[in-house]
Design a binder for this molecule. Sequence first.
Ligand code: FES
Length: 118
Amino acid sequence: MPFIVLHREGQTYRGEVAENSNLVVKAGIRQFPYPHLRYGCGMGKCAKCACRVLKGAEHLPEPNWKEKQRLGPHLEEGYRLLCQLWLKHDIELEQDKEPLQPLKGEAPKTEASTSQQP
Ligand code: FES
């Protein structure tokens, strides 16, 4: 069973989860790491679930296209989107106080879509 260590705002939270757990899904059903993990869409769009992986990154799969789009250079700093990860091994994570801004979020409104049509 993966053992999770989550650091956030100076606090450390620890817990075990079943193999192949997704921490955003777990938090969504109010199991550990609820209520300590910030998350949003659960679909790789908002980047609110982004955490820096301090230990255990070597066991994770390569970032998927959503992580690459949303995190870009933050991947090099060790950030991952927790909603996109199903954990099989122990991991230590840190979530920043302020959420990362997703590099590519919802499509920006274009002038055409915001201008008033007569
Ligand atoms: S919860 Fe929105 S990207 Fe993970």
